[in-house]
Ligand binder design. Structure first.
Ligand code: 5AD
Ligand code: FES
Length: 349
């Protein structure tokens, strides 16, 4: 194993068989070595900096029905909400005053926000905060819509691939298609967005082979951002009795993603922090270099429940700001409040 890890560190590459072998045979002695290599790699590319993004969860309506997600259309227990343009802007305003220079606007797949409404929101945010980057995380749309949102000023787009296994994708997403997911990711990149892909760890039926496929997909697609989090079962979904992912396994996948895609921006996800009190710190130590504190108005927070026991439900942005800064410093890293663009930030077309 020592040789395999060394090869991964030195070449940022491993074959499919080697990845499966690694995932199946990594011992407790190997893990700190892997984590140290991932940490070194992050230092080499981005230094000790951790980039902050302010997250605004602006609608929890969703037309899709993903088996794992608490916001799935079939979950009738959710109290649904939508933020107005003014509420979205004032959430960004609060973040801007705290120093944030990236805003992530995230929602379920909610077509009530038409192309025109989204353009209006993007222009509104960009006009007020021209020095901030704007990231969308709103699911699947047509090429023309993606293009027009980019032209309106959106800089980045998060669309996790969720799983690179076509079969597994199918069982988990009854209302969606694997082919369209992949097509959307390619379109976003072609348009010029900095693109985020990613997946969950510990999905029911997911094996080391599936996870190796996820890593190979990331290596080939080379996204600018990679979101990896543990799957956490939600009691109002069909997967309520499943086991879910662990922090320990997710840390390994974060480290592997860092080594295979060394220049990626990788968040220490909220799901990590929700499963373990030091979950985000563990991800940061394993090569993650982004955190995404929540700027959503507190009265809506508990309604954006992808999974249960989400952290920061009652914490005002200013509180999270201090909390997260202490956590970042506690593992020897530094907060960076800049836009935090990817190293090869594509020039806007
Ligand atoms: N547990 C963990 N992550 C989840 N997501 C959705 N539902 C869950 C869950 N139950 C993730 C998906 C989605 C992202 C916004 O949240 O990967 O892309
Ligand atoms: Fe929100 Fe710690 S990051 S309370």
């Amino acid at each position: 194993m020592t040789d395999t890890l060394k090869k991964l560190y030195e070449t940022n590459d491993l074959g499919r068989e080697e990845l499966v072998y690694l995932l199946e045979n990594l011992t407790t002695e190997d893990k700190p070595v892997l984590i140290r290599y991932a940490h070194e790699t992050r230092l080499k590319y981005y230094g000790p900096k951790v980039f902050m993004r302010g997250l605004v969860e602006f609608s929890n309506y969703c037309k899709q029905d993903c088996l794992y997600c608490g916001l799935r259309a079939s979950n009738k227990e959710v109290i649904r909400y939508r933020l107005t343009k003014e509420e979205i802007i004032s959430s960004c305003q609060e973040g801007y005053a705290l120093g944030y220079r990236t805003f992530v606007l995230q929602s379920g797949e909610d077509y009530t926000y038409t192309e025109q409404i989204l353009i209006d929101i993007i222009r509104g945010v960009k006009q007020l905060f021209p020095d901030a980057a704007l990231t969308l995380s709103i699911g699947e749309r047509d090429f023309e819509v993606y293009k027009n949102l980019y032209e309106a000023g959106a800089d980045r787009f998060l669309l996790r691939h969720e799983t690179a296994s076509k079969e597994l994708y199918k069982t988990l997403h009854p209302t969606m298609s694997y082919e369209n997911r992949m097509k959307c990711l390619k379109m976003l990149k072609e348009i010029g967005y900095q693109v985020g892909a990613g997946f969950m760890v510990g999905l029911p039926g997911q094996t080391a082979v599936h996870l190796a496929e996820d890593l190979i997909f990331l290596k080939e697609f080379h996204p600018h951002m990679i979101g990896i989090g543990p799957f956490i079962p939600h009691s109002e979904t069909p997967l309520k009795d499943e086991k879910g992912g662990t922090v320990e396994d997710t840390v390994v996948l974060v480290a592997l993603a860092r080594l295979l895609v060394p220049d990626a921006l990788i968040p220490a996800t909220t799901a990590m922090g929700s499963l373990h009190p030091r979950g985000r710190e563990l991800a940061l130590e394993a090569g993650a270099n982004v955190v995404m504190p929540n700027l959503t108005p507190v009265q809506y927070r508990d309604k954006y429940e992808l999974y249960e026991n989400k952290i920061c439900l009652n914490d005002e942005p200013a509180h999270c700001q201090g909390c997260i800064e202490r956590r970042i410093n506690s593992v020897g890293l530094q907060v960076d409040m800049g836009r935090g663009d990817h190293l090869n930030n594509p020039v806007r077309k």
